[in-house]
Ligand binder design. Structure first.
Ligand code: PMT
Length: 225
């Protein structure tokens, strides 16, 4: 049986990818399936938490039992939902794959091919939601980020992860190596768990539910009474 160590706790988790509209039928997106964020929500609910899952675009996943699901499309919508949901949370986990940029200006009608040279897509910078959530958090709230890193060497991925932990100001950061056949869309994940205290430990290759359990095991001791 799972521990009921999240009973009485409220957690907010983001999952899936954002989509940034170019016109009414096209968008910039990413390959996140939502599986990792859904696993985090399912395991938290099984351990007794009151869970809100803020879901972007995902594969065809069933809502986890007993979890409230809020749906969003773009990064700006995700930001609004996270700011609305997170103030009363004991822990906030950003597992969503957020677009760093959005097309500047949405075309109201379908962009035509025409016979001109292709027009460049101009981009605007999206807000860094995780950094905003860390700044806005009530005292005692635990904030967790994920880092999707590509790198030729384990050392590269960890190096980027450490820098991201510091830059974002989170309590815990899960660093997962991504790329062909890694993390995105897969049933399994692996990586490292880094803490603001300087702890670093590998998360062995295993199911996304297993990684979720490892993460909640690390969050529980950080929660106040
Ligand atoms: O969905 P799956 O197919 O199961 O795949 C899971 C996953 C690989 C998507 C997931 O495990 C993961 O790594 N999610 C974070 C992906 C990501 O956006 O990484 P990043 O390194 O670009 O961002 C770092 C952190 O900042 C993340 O917590 C992200 O949610 C957050 N962020 C990023 C950009 C932005 N503008 N705002 C943010 O809040």
């Amino acid at each position: 049986a799972l521990p009921r160590d999240l009973e009485g706790r409220r957690v907010v988790i983001s999952a899936g990818g954002t989509r940034e509209a170019l016109d009414p039928v096209r968008y910039l997106g990413n390959r996140s399936s939502g599986k990792q964020g859904y696993a985090l929500a399912r395991v938290a609910a099984q351990r007794g938490a009151d869970v809100t899952l803020v879901a972007g675009h995902t594969a065809d996943l069933a809502d986890p039992a007993g979890v409230r699901v809020v749906r969003i499309g773009s990064a700006v919508e995700l930001r609004d939902a996270m700011h609305a949901e997170s103030p009363s949370a004991d822990a906030v986990v950003m597992a969503a794959a957020v677009a760093d940029f959005r097309p500047l200006g949405l075309s109201p009608s379908k962009i035509k091919k025409g016979d001109r040279e292709p027009a460049p897509i101009r981009l605007a910078v999206n807000p860094d939601i995780l950094v905003e959530l860390v700044k806005a958090r009530p005292s005692g709230q635990i904030v967790v980020g994920f880092a999707a890193e590509t790198g030729d060497e384990t050392g590269d991925v960890l190096h980027h992860g450490r820098a991201k932990l510091a830059r974002k100001g989170v309590d815990l950061l899960v660093v997962n190596a991504v790329g062909d056949g890694l993390a995105f869309e897969m049933e399994d994940n692996a990586g490292w768990l880094l803490s603001a205290e300087g702890d670093e430990r590998p998360i062995p290759h295993g199911s996304k539910a297993r990684l979720a359990a490892t993460l909640w095991d690390a969050v529980v001791p950080l929660l106040g009474t």
